[in-house]
Design a protein around this ligand. Structure first.
Ligand code: OOG
Ligand code: MG
Length: 260
């Protein structure tokens, strides 16, 4: 059954169409099984030649939990095909109902993270940190009214992401400074969503801590070299052709995309 549900979502992705939420068919879908559906969906993508390059945390801010009416952090998987280049033109072709949100990304260094870690250990395990934006695109009708198992099964709405071309040495930051980053996402030069990085689980580094906890509970590790998106600091904004979106984080730099 799980494989069948994964196939439904995978065809929706490939055919750019919305499908009914899975819990309409399987009302008692459990979160564990939802992660198994996510795993199967990722296997389909890997079989098509995509490579795993990281993980994203989602629903790590109050703004996002309220926007989606969902209660706890979840993770999704990032592949090389999802990554856009900083400043690149992003075409809406082949997208269902994409939204963009401001994030912070960490690059895990040469050693994998296994088991539970503290925020300090998580920070020390990083080799890079940068400003980032995630483009979500749920495969569910209206991008709304889904439950936690639905969103997890759908790879936590992961679709695309972009990292700033400026990646910093995390040694320049301590935990306190990482909670005070000012994040301003602009559309055509006007700020539309602004927040401090503390909106992300109190500190974006805590997203790595939470990710390790969930991975550990599933018997998995956070691989060396992974990109980790910490989750959006604010609500997501719908993408419209012609808009230029730029996230500015004064101490980190900026990252942008032009929507076509
Ligand atoms: C779920 C994914 C949320 C974030 O950064 O909070 C997320 C959704 O909003 O569809 O990626
Ligand atoms: Mg996100």
């Amino acid at each position: 059954m799980l494989l069948e549900l994964a196939k439904i979502l995978d065809s929706a992705l490939l055919e750019t169409r919305e499908v009914e939420r899975l819990t309409a068919k399987v009302p008692d879908l459990k979160l564990d099984d939802a992660y198994r559906i996510q795993d199967e969906g990722i296997k389909f993508r890997l079989a098509r030649g995509e490579k795993l390059i990281g993980l994203k945390m989602g629903l790590t801010s109050k703004a996002k939990r309220e926007q989606m009416n969902l209660s706890s952090p979840v993770y999704g998987v990032l592949t090389d095909r999802m990554q856009q280049r900083d400043g690149e033109v992003f075409s809406l072709k082949g997208k269902i109902h994409p939204k963009i949100e401001p994030e912070i990304a960490f690059i895990i260094g040469k050693r994998e993270l296994r088991g539970r870690v503290t925020a300090q250990q998580a920070l020390e395990a990083c080799s890079g940190i940068c400003a980032a934006m995630e483009i979500l695109d749920s495969r569910f009708v209206g991008f709304k009214y889904f439950s936690l198992p639905d969103v997890v099964a759908d790879n936590s709405s992961s679709a695309y992401f972009v990292l700033s071309s400026k990646v910093h040495d995390p040694g320049k930051f301590d935990l306190a400074s990482l909670a005070k980053l000012q994040m301003s996402m602009e559309v055509d030069g006007k700020p539309v969503q602004t927040a401090f990085s503390s909106e992300i689980s109190g500190n974006p580094v805590n997203s790595i801590v939470q990710l390790c906890e969930i991975l550990d509970s599933r018997g998995l590790v956070l691989p060396a070299g992974s990109i980790v998106l910490a989750g959006a600091a604010t609500q997501a904004v719908q993408l419209v052709a012609g808009m230029k979106v730029c996230l500015r984080v004064p101490t980190l730099g900026e990252v942008s995309l032009v929507v076509a």
